[in-house]
Design a protein around this ligand. Structure first.
Ligand SMILES: [Zn+2]
Length: 121
């Protein structure tokens, strides 16, 4: 299950940021996940709990932002929504291999509980 290694990378990034900000704990982690990223949200949530156990991120909320995949049509010079990896332009029927978004799995934002007054920093 590759969700586990993906979440380990997310955790390492989140803990690095938490360390930089001297956070006591991580309260929320928001991920942006493309519709063609090939991950199961349920598996991700499970992996999240596993990898966060015993860290500053234990008990943090996981928010998943879905990103609709889009491909770019060379003929029409426009992007269009891509479904299930089939990138056929709805206007001209051309098959595009130019996926502009939809495979990302990235850390979008992080909410930290810090000792410092946030207004002071
Ligand atoms: Zn087209």
């Amino acid at each position: 299950m590759h969700e586990l290694s993906l979440m380990e990378a997310v955790r390492d990034l989140a803990l690095e940021q938490a360390g930089e900000h001297h956070a006591r704990r991580i309260s929320t982690i928001t991920l942006r996940i493309g519709s063609l990223a090939g991950v199961e949200p349920d598996a991700l949530r499970f992996a999240f709990d596993v990898v966060m156990a015993g860290t500053l991120g234990e008990g943090a909320a996981l928010v998943i932002e879905d990103v609709q995949a889009h491909a770019f049509c060379d003929v029409c010079q426009q992007t269009f929504p891509a479904h299930d990896g089939v990138c056929e332009c709805p206007d001209c029927g051309a098959i595009s291999r130019d996926l502009v978004q939809g495979r990302e799995l990235q850390l979008a934002s992080l909410d930290l509980d810090c000792d410092d007054d946030p207004l002071q920093s």
